[in-house]
Design a protein around this ligand. Structure first.
Ligand SMILES: Cc1ncc(COP(=O)(O)O)c(C=O)c1O
Length: 426
């Protein structure tokens, strides 16, 4: 794999992690739709189970198709390894459970995807893992939330729905000052726009369901490990004490691969949220065109943002690529190649009811609760994803009634604009 690390993202996206199939010479990554693998004998089987020898055991914890996906995403993110999951939520859950147990705590920014928000404020709390939430820009307050039970920090690189650009370096410094790793959900940026590990992040997670897969046809998630965080500390007994479920293995002895190895052989083994080989293949096929999709979608989003700014029925436009966006300077610092992503928000004059009317007039834009598809999609967060919140909470979450959120796909940008314009003018 070492020689691949030098390749640029466009090359890694189509070639990374796949030297070719040794038995068939297939150039498209084969779908290994198998659950089990035949052992050479009992000795071979025992050595694999005892982690003395690498090799396929059972598809819940490894599969050759999934392995290519894991290697490719790890190369793109600059990590030492990765582990795929059945969905983004499964990946986030696994990433946290590999650090924290009942009585422990996580510090997280409030600028979070709704599903992550409910995982943190409901299910993790039910399991006894406390999550201390703080506004992304309020690092002074965040500093006061750490204690000896804190096991990690969680932020998103581009927050949803506000599209704020997190200062990863400051958050990484904060986490490291307190002796814990920083986890970054990089779903909205993708490694083509930002590589959090380059800015100090220790662990990166993705919903593969969004831009990396890109075609809205397969759920998936992934955790990438930088291999840089040292878990050899009394704060992390998972890594310093013998694990009875692995004959007393001390995971910390696995060195830089300690976190990602434990995630696979312990957390995924025991919780079982594995991606299917066919979904891994769909995601891989999508990933092959990620760099060109992100470029086109970012260019179209900037074009639409500028045109919408001029439309008389539009009161405001929020896009990190616009010079008046509150996080534009941060976006220029963190996002690569002069591209700012496919997500764009705007407000309609007239507020909530007018926004609903505009949504109902859209013909080309699909009304869908998803993002990152090749098809352009619109949603009105206040009446859907953020419906359960009070108007004050909606405002605080950045989901005001006048807001329409767009996920820009690959249709011609003029067709997309003309559909928005006719909806705004109706
Ligand atoms: C930023 C972010 N993270 C995680 C997820 C969860 O991903 P999945 O739907 O694959 O579980 C989503 C889903 O929308 C998301 O937007």
């Amino acid at each position: 794999m070492a020689e691949n690390i030098q390749w640029r993202p466009e090359t890694l996206a189509v070639r990374g992690g796949y030297p070719g199939d040794k038995t068939t010479n297939a150039i498209s990554v084969p779908i290994y739709q198998t659950v089990g693998y035949q052992f050479e004998g009992t000795g071979h089987a025992a050595r694999l189970f005892n982690l003395e020898q690498p090799g396929n055991i059972y598809t819940r914890i490894m599969n050759p198709t999934t392995d290519v996906l894991e290697q490719r995403v790890a190369l793109l993110e600059g990590g030492i390894g990765a582990l795929a999951f059945a969905s983004g939520m499964a990946a986030i859950t696994g990433a946290i459970l590999n650090l924290a147990r009942a009585g422990d705590e996580i510090v997280a920014s409030t600028s979070l995807y709704g599903g992550t928000w409910t995982l943190f404020t409901s299910t993790l709390q039910d399991l006894g893992i406390g999550v201390r939430l703080v506004a992304e820009e309020d690092l002074a307050q965040a500093d006061a939330l750490f204690n000896e039970r804190t096991k990690g920090v969680f932020v998103e690189s581009i927050g949803n729905p506000r599209l704020d650009i997190t200062d990863i370096q400051l958050w990484a410094d904060l986490a490291h000052r307190h002796g814990v790793p920083l986890i970054v959900d990089n779903t909205f940026a993708t490694p083509c726009l930002e590589r959090p590990i380059d800015h100090g992040a220790d662990i990166v997670v993705h919903s593969l369901t969004k831009w990396i897969g890109g075609h809205g046809n397969a759920l998936g998630g992934i955790v990438v490990d930088s291999g840089r965080f040292n878990y050899d500390s009394p704060r992390f007994p998972y890594y310093t004490q013998p694990d009875p479920s692995y004959h007393g293995l001390v995971f910390g002895t696995l060195g830089e691969a300690a976190y990602i190895s434990r995630l696979r052989v312990k957390i995924l083994r025991d919780t079982g949220a594995a991606i299917s080989p066919t979904n891994a293949y769909y995601v891989l096929q999508g990933l092959e065109t990620l760099p060109i999709r992100i470029r086109q979608e970012s260019e179209s989003a900037l074009y639409l943002a500028k045109r919408l700014q001029e439309h008389p029925a539009v009161s405001w436009v929020a896009y990190p690529g616009l010079s008046d966006h509150s996080h534009h300077a941060q976006a220029r610092r963190y996002l690569r190649n002069g591209l700012y992503g496919a997500m764009l928000n705007f407000g309609v004059k007239g507020g909530h009811e007018t926004a609903l009317h505009v949504m109902d007039r859209l013909a080309l834009w699909l009304i869908v609760a998803n993002v990152g598809d090749v098809r352009s999609m619109a949603i009105h967060p206040a009446s859907t994803t953020h419906q359960q919140l009070s108007p004050a909470e909606q405002e605080a979450a950045g989901a005001s009634g006048d807001l329409i959120r767009l996920s820009v796909g690959l249709e011609h940008p003029d067709d997309l604009y003309e559909d928005l314009a006719q909806a705004l003018e109706g």
